[in-house]
Design a protein. Structure first.
Length: 322
C-alpha cells in the first residue's frame, strides 16, 4: 500500500474536487456578537459607523451555501463552461438572500426587511410603492425576480464607468488559474507544517499550521510575477503593507473521508490580536453537488424601466449616464 505524507493526502483530496463537474459547499462563520463587536472596535470606526447590534447578530449565525456546475471538470473549466451557479446566505431565522445564474438569467430573492434591519435603514412597505415600481414590489416582498444577465452586466459596467470606476474585470483563464494553483502549492510546501490524526467514523484529520504573515507574504511574492496575466486593475499589497498583518500561527483542520475533503475548520481568533475576540472561526463543509435550477414563478425585472420609471431618471443604458 502506498504511504502518503500529510501534504500529499491533502493534495489528492483537492485534486478529487477538481475532477467534479458540480461542487457544493457551505461556509459557516463561527463567531458571536461580542467577538464581532470587539473586532469592530479594534478597527476604530468613525462615530456612527460602528457595526449595528442587529448586523452583528445576523452575521454571527450566518451561513453561505454555494454550488457551481460546469460542462467540464472544474479544474479544466473556464467561465464559458459554467452552466449554473447558486449562492444562498442564511441565518438561524431563515434565508437572508439568494441568487442563481441559470442560462440567460440571474434569479434573485432577499429578505428585505431583515437586510434593512441589519443596515439600520428600514425598507418601504410594498403596498406603498407606486404602480410603476412593477417587479420591485416582488423584491420588497422577498419573492423571486429574474434579470437578463447580459443586460445586468452591461448596466453595471456603464454605471461604474459613469462614476469613474473600472468596468467589470474579465475572469481568469484556465492557464492562469493553473499557474496560481502551482504558486499556492509551492508556498504551502515551503511554509506549512502538516500532521495527521485519526478521527471518528473512519475520517482522518490533516492539520496545517503556518505563521499567517509569513504565509501571505510568500504567497503574494509568488503571485507578483504573474500579475501581467491577471485581469487589468488587480493590485497586490506591498511587503510594507503586509508587515501590518499579524504573524500569529494559524491552524486549518482538514477532515478527509475516504480520501475526499469533507470539512475545513480554521480558528482566526489569534489574528485579532485582542483577548476580547474569543470566538472567530470559519468552517467549510463540502456537500453533495446539486444541480442549480431556475425557480418557478420568478417575475422579470426590467432594468431600463426600473431606472427610468421608478427612480424618475434616465435608463442606465442612456447616454445621460456618460
Amino acid at each position: 500500500m502506498e504511504q502518503l505524507s500529510a501534504g500529499q493526502k491533502l493534495d489528492r483530496a483537492f485534486d478529487k474536487l477538481g475532477k467534479k463537474n458540480t461542487l457544493s459547499f457551505e461556509l459557516d462563520l463561527d463567531t458571536d456578537v461580542a467577538s464581532l463587536k470587539a473586532l469592530d472596535d479594534k478597527s476604530d470606526p468613525a462615530p456612527g459607523e460602528e457595526i449595528p447590534e442587529q448586523a452583528a447578530e445576523l452575521l454571527s449565525g450566518a451561513k453561505i451555501a454555494v454550488t457551481v456546475q460546469s460542462k467540464r471538470p472544474l479544474d479544466e473549466s473556464g467561465e464559458k463552461d459554467l452552466v449554473g451557479t447558486a449562492l444562498k446566505v442564511s441565518t438561524p431565522d431563515g434565508d437572508l438572500a439568494e441568487y442563481r445564474v441559470i442560462g440567460d438569467f440571474t434569479y434573485v430573492r432577499a429578505d428585505m426587511a431583515a437586510m434593512g434591519e441589519m443596515a439600520g435603514s428600514p425598507v418601504p412597505d410594498a403596498d406603498d410603492l407606486p404602480p410603476e415600481a412593477g417587479a420591485m414590489k416582488d423584491v420588497i416582498e422577498g419573492k423571486w425576480v429574474k434579470i437578463n444577465t447580459k443586460e445586468m452586466e452591461k448596466a453595471t459596467g456603464e454605471s461604474r464607468r459613469a462614476n469613474g470606476g473600472p468596468a467589470p474585470a474579465p475572469s481568469l483563464d484556465a492557464k492562469t488559474q493553473k499557474k496560481l494553483m502551482k504558486a499556492l502549492r509551492e508556498v504551502i510546501a515551503r511554509e506549512v507544517k502538516f500532521k495527521t490524526a485519526d478521527g471518528e467514523n473512519g475520517t482522518e484529520h490533516v492539520k496545517a499550521t503556518a505563521p499567517f504573515r509569513t504565509l501571505v507574504t510568500e504567497l503574494f511574492g509568488e503571485i507578483r510575477p504573474l500579475l501581467k496575466d491577471l485581469p487589468p486593475g488587480v493590485q497586490l499589497p506591498t511587503d510594507k503593507d503586509l508587515k501590518e498583518v499579524p504573524d500569529a500561527k494559524v491552524t486549518a483542520d482538514f477532515t478527509l473521508k475516504n480520501g475526499a475533503l469533507s470539512q475545513v475548520d480554521v480558528d482566526l481568533a489569534k489574528l485579532a490580536g485582542t483577548a476580547e475576540v474569543k470566538k472567530l472561526g470559519l468552517t467549510l463543509r463540502m456537500r453533495e453537488g446539486v444541480k442549480p435550477t431556475a425557480p418557478a414563478g420568478a417575475t422579470k425585472l426590467d432594468l431600463d424601466k426600473l431606472m427610468s420609471g421608478f427612480f424618475g431618471g434616465p435608463a442606465m443604458g442612456d447616454a445621460a449616464l456618460s
